[in-house]
Design a binder for this molecule. Structure first.
Ligand code: SF4
Length: 116
């Protein structure tokens, strides 16, 4: 007995369904409406912030913080040059007090000094 040959459209449909059922995480970040709790700031934050937190480069903790939500490493390896990757993730971690000083300086630059 001859088996029917599936049409290309059928195969494509099955592949789409298969991907939809088994794909757990996407390789693109979620929209800014989706937020996680930032351990540095102590409040909810979206990925766009983390992506540029370090003077335009990703925060050094981005891989750990966003690992459970999408393929963050795959995404950032696509987005960053090897030099940017190294600068963001392979440099020694600064002491917390220096990070706080930098956050304060960045906030002052964004909002002015308050002196007028
Ligand atoms: S990646 Fe950095 S800025 Fe973003 S949530 Fe984690 S610690 Fe906070």
């Amino acid at each position: 007995m001859e088996r029917p040959v599936p049409l290309l459209g059928d195969l494509s449909f099955r592949r789409t369904v298969h991907q939809g059922l088994f794909m757990k995480k996407a390789a693109t970040p979620p929209d800014d409406v989706f937020q996680i709790r930032c351990p540095k700031l102590g409040h909810q934050i979206h990925f766009s912030y983390c992506r540029t937190e370090n003077a335009g480069l990703p925060c050094s903790r981005t891989l750990q913080c966003w690992y459970g939500y999408f393929h963050v490493e795959e995404y950032l390896r696509r987005e960053l040059t090897p030099e940017q990757w190294s600068e963001a993730f392979e440099k020694p971690v600064k002491p917390k007090i220096l990070s706080l000083v930098e956050l304060i300086e960045q906030a002052q630059k964004r909002g002015g000094t308050g002196e007028g």
